[in-house]
Every structure is written in C-alpha cells, then in structure tokens.
Ligand binder design. Sequence first.
Ligand SMILES: [Zn+2]
Length: 159
Amino acid sequence: MILIPHLIAGALVGAKIQNPAGIFLIAVTLHFLLDIIPHWDYWDYLKGAISEMPPKKFRQFMGEAMVDLVLGIFIIWLIFKNSPLPHQNIAWGAFCGILPDGLVLLNQITKEKNNYLSKFQNFHDRLHWLFIKNKKIPLWLGILTETITMIVLLFLIWR
Ligand SMILES: [Zn+2]
C-alpha cells in the first residue's frame, strides 16, 4: 500500500491501544496484513530496484512518496487534532505503521547491503504477491482495493 493507508492504520492502532510496545507490535503486523491485500503500489513502476533507477526517476519517486507522507500526516492531524486521545500514541502508531516501508527504502538505497535488512525486504515484498501470481494487478482494481481499505480504516476510527 502507499503510505496514506499505512499511516491511518497506525494512527488507528495508536488511538485504540494504550501500551507503546503493544502499539508497535500491532501497527507493524497490520502493515504486513494490509500489504497482503492486492493493491496498486510504487513497486508497479519501481520494479524493485531503486538503487539502479535513473536520478530523474528517483527524484520523481521520492517526490511522490513525500506528497504521500505529508498528505497522510495531514489527514491524521485533521482527524485527531481535537481528540482527547493521547496524541503521542497516535503519532507513535502512525510511525510504526510506515516503519516497514522505511526499512525497505533504507535497504534499497544502501550500497553495502545489510543481511537482515535484505531478508526483511524479501519477506515484505513476498507478502505483496501472496495472492497475485504474475505480479500484475489491473490499475483500477489496485486503486479500488486501496480506497476501500482507507474507507474501512476511517470508519473504524470514527466508530
Ligand atoms: Zn509495505
């Protein structure tokens, strides 16, 4: 998934759970579960090799990821700005919600590969294709599943 649904999911966990370690465990697990849902992702045009990307394409990707990140944080801020719930838990949840993607990016951009990080990325990437055999999902379907996921998450927050 792109960062917005992961940020919202993490914030949801932070809003519902008190314990920081619990927030970490559940938000990270939820990240993986969301990635199992067939969806559109940056991978569709990244083809998994950021380090070999031409600089222009890399800048485009980083630009999109930044918009994705800022928009997600803005949505969470809008939802929770007047909420009595502990804001630090919500922020921590949102952070944990995108942490796996941060680690994948770290593995992608580092030249000296760290064994654990590489294994982590393999695990993370494999989840994306659990239900998609040819690593291809129609664009409309990928966007639809991602949108439905976000609506469900927002519904769970407001319930
Ligand atoms: Zn991910």
